[in-house]
Write a protein that binds this ligand. Structure first.
Ligand code: NAD
Ligand code: 6OD
Length: 494
């Protein structure tokens, strides 16, 4: 079979050893379109034998053509994957939108182009990558030299979330393949289509069979867990919730497999009275509500210096009330639905908790009436709260929805303390026109990524990852290569 989704039956198959295969156990589940609740595709759930076949195919690729391929040819093929995705841009866009419900305008600006660019960027990074050399003295005066030697780690298990499915998957698969590894990808059960479709591009470009494999399914007692438990998986890279990271880490401990984790966050936006208010409002509308609030870097906790607090709340409210919640295909849509009804239940439980815990609901707080055709979707109102206590659950927990709490502060020290008052440490955004202040505050926030007067502005060479419970390791440029390569030192006595 060489089609991912047959339009008559809409099947999403597994991709193993360069071929599309139904699940060996014939177990399937429905992939629900969050726009209207319709079935986007029927997904074949990989069982243990499918996962084993995928890992075996990856191992065979490492032992065969892929493992022996000259680096220049390998990187050339990986660069072609970017072209291959772009050549089928509309298909990737349609699949991503059907799985996530995100606006076409967003997916066509971020998800698909970045999903493609991740291959070219890491092929280029690998081309200019070099090892280290040290010359040392020895007591007999002849000396010795040391140089690093690098090889791929082997078979990499890649476990992905649903919020930016293609982008976050290729952010791992791109560097893993550039370093010469083979991968077995487990996309989120909510968003299996683009990872699966990518198999076709792998074949079109001529990536050897078994280098890229996709197994569909869930986490516990399903494809995700079977993959992390497989003894021939040499390292695991994961993006998702912190609690899932903890479960995966336990499995990775068996056999001492390396892990790279990008996890949850509860990110603060710090808005100082000396900010450019227009830019801070525009930036915060994005940082709190883009992708329906489902970006790990989102600022759900806004801290605003007291002299501008009222104006900021009023203007953010106006901005939110002007946002259009609607169909992904409408050009003026700012926000689609949440990814699923299950996730909407979780977000709505925080909407209820906020009210119970004493919030003033500035705007939103419920489910919009989208009309008969769309009310089966996972729609939700963008929401702003004020007046919650610092220990109220909507202020402490990662909600991952289109909502934020705004709290006033009086001093820089107080803002820093409030921003750091969380077990997470992923990202922050600071808004101030006083650059001395920006440089003073930024290093004091215990996170992996700090933006000043911007948000989600990405240079892909920079370290990306979280402090505290937001992750282990860094991705991006050379940082990714560090994870996907096994480095050894060779010492030669002269
Ligand atoms: P999730 O942890 O529920 O699921 C992520 C993936 O892990 C899915 O493919 C799932 O099937 C799989 N999985 C679940 N349990 C597993 C297990 N026991 N063993 C193996 N695999 C398992 O996360 P999600 O709901 O898909 O994504 C949202 C979360 O991801 C949020 O917490 C968000 O902050 C985080 N996230 C972080 C980043 C980052 O860069 N730090 C980026 C995007 C999302
Ligand atoms: O831009 C990226 O490379 C990246 N990893 C973004 C993560 C977004 C989280 O939802």
């Amino acid at each position: 079979m060489d089609q991912v989704v047959d339009n008559k039956t809409q099947q999403t198959l597994n991709f193993v050893g360069g071929e599309y295969r139904p699940s060996s156990s014939n177990k399937t589940f429905e992939n629900i379109n969050p726009i209207d609740g319709s079935v986007a595709s029927i997904v074949h759930e990989a069982d243990k034998s499918d996962v084993d076949a995928a890992v075996k195919a990856a191992k065979a690729a490492m032992a065969g053509e892929w493992g022996k391929m000259p680096m220049a040819k390998r990187l050339d093929l990986i660069g072609k994957l970017a072209d291959g995705i772009n050549a089928r841009f509309d298909e990737f866009l349609a699949a991503e939108v059907a799985d996530t419900g995100k606006p076409n305008s967003l997916a066509s600006h971020i998800d698909i182009p970045r999903g493609a660019a991740n291959f070219q960027v890491f092929a280029d990074t690998m081309k200019s990558h070099h090892g280290e050399f040290f010359k040392m003295d020895t007591p007999d005066g002849t000396g010795a030299i040391n140089y690093t030697s690098e090889r791929p780690k082997g078979v990499i298990g890649v476990i992905c979330p649903w919020n930016l499915p293609l982008l976050l998957m290729t952010w791992k698969v791109g560097p893993a393949m550039a370093c010469g590894n083979a991968v077995v990808v487990k996309p989120s059960e909510e968003t299996p289509q683009t990872a699966t479709l990518l198999g076709e591009v792998m074949n079109e470009v001529g990536i050897p069979k078994g280098v890229y494999n996709v197994i569909n399914g869930f986490g516990p007692d399903s494809a995700g867990e079977y993959l992390t438990q497989h003894p021939d998986v040499d390292a695991i890279t994961f993006t998702g919730e912190t609690v899932t990271g903890e479960a995966i880490m336990k499995e990775a401990a068996v056999g001492m497999r390396d892990v790279s984790f990008e996890l949850g966050g509860k990110n603060a936006g710090l808005i100082f009275a000396d900010c450019d208010m227009d830019k801070a409002i525009e930036g915060t509308l994005r940082s709190a509500f883009a992708n329906c609030g489902q970006v790990c870097l989102n600022t759900e906790k806004l801290l605003v210096e007291r002299p501008i607090f009222d104006e900021f709340v009023t203007r953010l409210k106006e901005g939110v009330e002007n946002m259009k919640v609607g169909l992904p295909t409408d050009k003026d849509t700012d926000m689609g639905p949440l990814v699923s009804h299950g996730h909407r239940d979780k977000v709505l439980s925080y909407y209820e908790a906020a009210v119970k815990e004493g919030a003033t609901v500035v705007t939103g707080g419920g489910v919009p009436d989208m009309g008969e055709d769309l009310n089966g979707g996972a729609w939700i109102e963008p929401t702003i709260w004020t007046d919650l206590a610092d220990d109220a659950s909507p202020v402490t927990d990662e909600i991952f929805g289109p909502c934020c709490h705004i709290r006033p502060f009086d001093t820089e020290e107080e803002a820093i303390e409030l921003a750091n008052n969380t077990e997470y440490g992923l990202a922050t955004s600071i808004w101030t026109e006083n650059l001395t202040r920006a440089h003073r505050v930024a290093p004091q926030i215990d996170v992996g990524i700090t933006w000043v007067n911007c948000w989600f502005l990405r240079d892909l060479r920079t370290p990306f990852g979280g402090a505290k419970q937001s992750g282990i390791g860094r991705e991006g440029g050379e940082y990714s290569l560090e994870f996907y390569l096994e480095t050894s030192n060779i010492c030669v006595k002269l």
